[in-house]
Design a protein around this ligand. Structure first.
Ligand code: CDP
Length: 218
């Protein structure tokens, strides 16, 4: 029997990562940011002189990826996000990364996993599922501040254009598109501060936890 899996999905810069980290601390669960897996693939392809839009190259890199090596700051840049979304559209890349993610979801006593297809494909039986979103403008503002903080020379308009393009690509692709799972709770953080969003997420997860515990005693 798997532990208590918290699956968090949503579009770019919706606040998934902050919410996931907060829930991980609260429950003492390990946290997996699956976006980093796709970012690592995209960046590694580019470092080898390849194009992340090329399926065969990206798939070969994904098969060889060492998922314990995700700490590279280069994976957190604007360019890495773009490379990730190109690489992530290839079904072979997603298949190559699936087993690692599903093993992570088996951890006891639980795990927090964020991405685009966690509640739909990676952990469809997760007892707690959140779909975190916010307006494109608010997400662009958050990402703009984050990238500026990392020292990247970007404009708000560039980032808003990136977000809209990435939303479109992630939602329109055939392989594991970004969609809200039927049983996921929707959390729109457009009007929320970080701590309000974290509180709202915690309430949703606490309810799911109570249901899960009742069903296990059942
Ligand atoms: O932080 P941000 O939301 O911008 O991106 P991320 O979560 O690091 O994901 C980067 C890209 O990887 C996304 O635009 C998706 O195309 C892809 N991705 C995915 O397809 N499936 C996941 N589980 C996670 C990320």
């Amino acid at each position: 029997m798997a532990g208590f899996v918290i699956a968090i999905d949503g579009p770019a810069a919706s606040g998934k990562g902050t919410i996931a980290a907060g829930l991980g601390l609260r429950y003492g669960f390990p946290v997996l940011d699956t976006g980093l897996l796709y970012r690592a693939v995209g960046v590694t392809v580019q470092r080898g002189g390849g194009d992340p839009a090329d399926a065969a190259t990206a798939e070969a890199v994904a098969r060889r990826l060492d998922p314990s090596q995700l700490e590279d700051p280069a994976f957190r840049t604007r360019e890495a996000g773009e490379a990730a979304s190109l690489a992530a559209a290839h079904p072979g890349v997603r298949t190559a990364l699936r087993q690692f993610q599903q093993r992570f979801a088996q951890r006891e006593p639980g795990a927090v996993i964020d991405g685009r297809d966690i509640g739909t494909v990676i952990a469809p039986d997760a007892p707690a599922k959140l779909f975190v979103t916010a307006s494109p403008e608010v997400r662009a503002e958050r990402r703009f501040k984050q990238l500026r903080g990392q020292g990247e020379q970007v404009t708000y308009d560039d980032i808003l254009a990136d977000i809209r393009r990435r939303d479109e690509r992630d939602s329109a692709r055939a392989a594991s598109p970004l969609v809200q799972a039927a049983d996921a709770a929707l959390l729109d953080t457009t009007q929320m501060s970080i701590s309000q969003a974290a509180d709202a997420a915690r309430r949703i997860v606490e309810e799911a936890r109570a249901r899960w515990e009742a069903s296990r005693q059942g």
